[in-house]
Design a protein around this ligand. Structure first.
Ligand SMILES: Cc1cc2nc3c(=O)[nH]c(=O)nc-3n(C[C@H](O)[C@H](O)[C@H](O)COP(=O)(O)O)c2cc1C
Length: 329
């Protein structure tokens, strides 16, 4: 059944999703996620006590996390039954944002395999509407709520407003699509105040999501400031900023396997430098079972992916979990 689901999705991706115009492929994929009850099939999950991990003191059934992208709670609800140990919601801002106009997502073929470039620009319903949506979402696995903003006050307000609905809270200081978030990494001196403000806004474990474009600043300034403020989980990381003339903004965030080598290097460096004081989520290019294993072996506490969910389908989580159990008996 698992092998059949893998083969069917590969054929579907090659024959349909990778050929349709991106906007149509996204609409079709999201329609499928909303309406096909895949989460009722046990083939998409694997429950085994050997897979359990603790992230910020929260017990996860396994170390796989769906990375931040979806805000639709019908999709998040479905994803919670598709093998992940935790699911991340999209980064939410204080007020609704329309996002950038189309085209805001394109496929890209890189030497390492299929990826995406997006300039989504934080299309989201804003804090108040999202609180109402989240109130109706049951938590089959822990939900990670995510915040973005233009000021420390906005982050703190969004964190305080969302924290009741998540087991953990992620603060996104790294999406390259809008100046407001990406620019935090060029102003690391201001991040101490932001970290203290969000730390005061919630007692839940906080994850800071950093950019692969700022390796030295992450290591020398941002992560030490987070640890000083009592934030002990880092997600490395977000998409990498690239020029992409097909997008409405002519620039966007690259995701997918081209990021992977750098992701593993970052995990290894952060583990060496910060030791057990820091928990690390490896994100960027994990789209195959051996890559998840490599990231965990390099020192990651958990690993997250989004592009792999699209290019390899919902069965990828199960394939990874099976693989982790063969190499970690
Ligand atoms: C269309 C799209 C939207 C995304 N939206 C968010 C977001 O709202 N917040 C965030 O922290 N990351 C966002 N990301 C980044 C992913 O969560 C992830 O960090 C990145 O894609 C790298 O992982 P991957 O190679 O497994 O996709 C988005 C990525 C894509 C492709």
């Amino acid at each position: 059944m698992v092998r059949a689901a893998d083969l069917v999705y590969r054929a579907l991706y090659r024959g349909l999703f990778s050929r349709l115009p991106e906007r149509m492929a996204v609409a079709l994929g999201q329609w499928g996620l909303r309406h096909l009850p895949l989460d009722r099939l046990t083939a998409f999950r694997r429950d085994d006590p050997r897979l359990r991990v603790s992230l910020g003191g929260i017990a996860l059934a396994n170390p796989l996390i769906l990375s931040s992208m979806y805000y639709d709670t019908a999709i998040l609800r479905r994803a919670m039954g598709l093998g992940f140990g935790a699911v991340t919601a999209k980064s939410i801002t204080g007020s609704p944002r329309p996002g950038h106009p189309h085209p805001n997502l394109v496929r890209i073929e890189t030497a390492e395999g299929p990826g995406l470039v997006n300039c989504n620009g934080f299309r989201n319903p804003g804090l108040e509407a999202y609180r109402r949506a989240l109130a109706a979402l049951p938590h089959r696995v822990p939900l990670i709520v995510a915040a973005a903003g233009e000021s420390a006050d906005e982050y703190a307000r969004v964190v305080a407003g969302l924290e009741a609905f998540g087991a953990l809270v992620e603060i996104n200081i790294s999406s390259p699509n809008t100046k407001l978030v990406y620019e935090w990494s060029s102003r690391p001196a201001e991040l101490g105040a932001l970290f203290r403000a969000v730390r005061a806004a919630t007692a839940k474990p906080i994850i800071v999501k950093v950019s692969p474009d700022f390796r030295d600043v992450n290591e020398e300034r941002i992560i030490p400031a987070a640890l000083d403020a009592g934030i002990t989980i880092v997600n490395c990381g977000n998409t990498r900023r690239v020029d992409e003339p097909r997008l409405s903004q002519r620039t966007g965030g690259l995701s997918g396997p081209a990021l992977f080598r750098n992701t593993v290097d970052n995990v290894r460096r952060l583990r060496d430098r910060f030791g057990a004081a820091l928990q690390i989520i490896a994100t960027g290019g994990i789209d195959a079972p051996d890559k998840a294993r490599e990231a965990l072996d390099a020192g990651a506490t958990a690993c997250a992916y989004f592009t792999g969910f699209i290019t390899r389908g919902p069965i990828l989580a199960r394939l990874i979990l099976d693989h982790l159990l063969t190499v970690r008996p």
